[in-house]
Design a protein around this ligand. Structure first.
Ligand SMILES: Nc1ncnc2c1ncn2[C@@H]1O[C@H](COP(=O)(O)OP(=O)(O)O)[C@@H](O)[C@H]1O
Ligand SMILES: [Mg+2]
Length: 424
C-alpha cells in the first residue's frame, strides 16, 4: 500500500496471505493458491478486522487479499489497515458494496484492486497476476528512494541580497509542494535566519554538532533538526556572538554526509565567508546558486565568487540569480552591463517586491508561501525546478558515461541555437 505505514523491520515476508469472511471465498482462493504454490494455511477467516490485528504483530506478506464484506465503513477501516501494513505489500480487496466512489477512494488509498462479490475464478486469477507483475517490476516506493540526492548551496555575493530568503523558500517548495524530504542547513552560525524565517526556534542542534562532531550520526540528525513541515527539517543556530565559532569544518562535512543519507534534498544557506574557510563544503554540491543584485559592489563580488567557484568547485553547476530587481527604479547597473561584466548570462531574475517580503515576515512564512503564482513565486519555482533537473540529469549522465554535469551542460549548450540567431 502507499498510504501511511508502520515499519516493522526486515522480517521475512510471506508470498501471500488472505483474510476472508466466508467459506465460499476461501474455496475460490484455494485452487489459485495451489497454482501459485501458496500454502492453503495462509487463507484465514476474519476479514479486514483479523487482517488489522494480525498484521499489527507480524510482517506483511507480498500479496494481501482482504475481504471487506463485514466492514461497516470500508474506507475508514482500510485506513487502519494502512497503519499496520508495510510498504511494498500489494493489497487486493473484495466486498459487497457496489459503489464507484468507494472503488475510486480505495484505489486512491493504495489498494491495488477492489473486486465486487460474487467473485469468479477468472477475475481472481487476473487480479493475482496483476499483483505478481507489480511485485516483479520496479515499485513506486523504490523509485522514490532511487532518486539521486539533490544538494544545492545558496551563496549571497553580499549581505542582504536575499540568499537566505531564497534558500528557505526553495527548501519549502521542494518539501511542501514536491513532497521531497528536504534538509535546510543554515551555516550562518551566529546570524542565521533559516529558523526565524519559518517561525521556529533554532534549538541547539547546530551548535552541538560544531562542538561535538563525533556525535553526528543519523539519530543525531533526527533529534537535532527542527521540523518546519512534514517533509522539511531545519538545522540552524543563533550561536552567542561573544564567542568565535571554533570548527575545522569536520562537523559541516559530517552533517552533509548524514543529510545525504537521511533526505532526498539538502539546501545549504552558505555565507560567503564560509566558502573561504571551508572550500570542501562544495565538494558534493551539484548546483551553487549565486545570488546577486544589479549593483556595482555586487557585480564585483559576483565576478570574484564565480572565479572562485571555477577553481575550487569545478564539478558544481553554477546558477546566477539576480534578486530584488526593480521594474520601475533602474538599479546601479543594467542587466546587460552586468552580464557583460560577469561574462555570462543571468539564469533567473527575481523582481523586488517589498509588499510580499513584508507579508512573509509578518506571517512568519517563507516568501514562496505568500508569493504563490506571482512573478516572485514563479521565479522561485523556476530555481527549484532547475535544481531537480540538474541533480537528475547529472546522475543519469554520470551513470551512463561517467561524465560530469558540467560536461553535459557544455554539450547541451552547443546544441541550443543562440537566441541572437535570427531566422532568415
Ligand atoms: N525579491 C525580494 N523583494 C523584496 N525583498 C526581498 C526580496 N528578496 C529578499 N528580500 C528581503 O531582503 C532582506 C534580506 O534578505 P536575506 O535573505 O536575509 O539576505 P541574505 O541572506 O542574502 O543576507 C530580507 O528582509 C528579505 O525579506
Ligand atoms: Mg543570510
Amino acid at each position: 500500500m502507499n498510504a501511511p505505514f508502520k515499519i516493522h523491520g526486515a522480517a521475512a515476508r510471506e508470498a501471500f496471505t488472505a483474510f476472508v469472511c466466508d467459506d465460499a471465498t476461501a474455496e475460490l482462493l484455494k485452487p489459485i493458491a495451489t497454482e501459485n504454490g501458496w500454502d492453503h494455511g495462509r487463507i484465514n477467516k476474519g476479514g479486514l478486522r483479523n487482517a488489522v490485528q494480525t498484521l499489527s504483530v507480524s510482517a506483511s506478506p507480498n500479496i494481501l487479499f482482504v475481504d471487506l464484506s463485514e466492514s461497516g465503513d470500508p474506507l475508514n477501516d482500510i485506513g487502519s489497515l494502512a497503519e499496520v501494513c508495510e510498504p511494498g505489500t500489494v493489497v487486493i480487496a473484495t466486498g459487497l458494496v457496489n459503489d464507484v466512489r468507494l472503488y475510486r477512494d480505495l484505489v486512491n488509498s493504495g489498494i491495488q484492486d477492489y473486486l465486487l462479490k460474487p467473485l469468479n475464478p477468472e477475475q481472481l486469477r487476473e487480479a493475482f497476476n496483476q499483483a505478481q507483475m507489480i511485485l516483479a517490476g520496479p515499485r513506486a516506493s523504490e523509485a522514490v528512494v532511487d532518486r539521486p540526492h539533490m544538494m544545492a548551496a545558496f551563496i549571497g555575493v553580499r549581505g542582504g541580497v536575499g540568499a537566505s530568503t531564497l534558500a528557505s523558500s526553495v527548501a519549502w517548495q521542494l518539501s511542501d509542494k514536491q513532497s521531497r524530504s528536504t534538509a535546510l542547513l543554515d551555516l550562518d552560525v551566529h546570524f542565521g535566519t533559516g529558523a526565524l524565517t519559518l517561525d521556529l526556534e533554532p534549538g541547539r542542534g547546530l551548535t552541538d554538532a560544531i562542538e561535538n562532531p563525533g556525535r553526528i550520526d543519523g539519530l543525531f540528525i533526527e533529534r537535532a533538526m527542527v521540523k518546519a513541515n512534514d517533509k522539511l527539517s531545519v538545522l540552524s543556530a543563533e550561536a552567542p556572538i561573544n564567542q568565535p565559532m571554533m570548527s575545522d569544518g569536520t562537523a559541516f562535512f559530517q552533517l552533509q554526509e548524514e543529510m545525504k543519507q537521511a533526505f532526498e534534498c539538502t539546501v545549504i544557506d552558505l555565507p560567503r565567508t564560509m566558502l573561504i574557510q571551508h572550500p570542501h563544503l562544495l565538494y558534493d554540491v551539484q548546483t551553487a546558486v549565486v545570488v546577486t543584485e544589479f549593483t556595482l559592489a555586487a557585480t564585483r563580488d559576483t565576478i570574484r565568487i564565480l572565479s572562485w567557484l571555477k577553481s575550487n568547485a569545478p564539478q558544481a553547476n553554477v546558477m546566477v540569480v539576480a534578486n530584488r530587481v526593480s521594474a520601475t527604479a533602474p538599479g546601479e547597473i543594467t542587466r546587460k552591463d552586468f552580464e557583460s561584466s560577469i561574462e555570462r548570462t543571468v539564469d533567473v531574475v527575481i523582481p523586488l517586491d517589498v509588499k510580499l517580503a513584508t507579508q512573509a515576515a509578518k506571517l512568519g512564512k517563507p516568501l514562496i508561501e505568500v508569493a504563490k503564482s506571482t512573478k516572485v513565486g514563479q521565479a522561485i519555482q523556476d530555481i527549484s525546478g532547475r535544481l531537480v533537473v540538474a541533480a537528475e540529469s547529472g546522475d543519469k549522465q554520470a551513470k551512463a558515461t561517467g561524465k560530469s554535469l558540467l560536461g553535459k551542460l557544455a554539450e547541451l549548450k552547443t546544441k541550443i541555437p543562440s537566441k541572437k540567431t535570427k531566422a532568415a
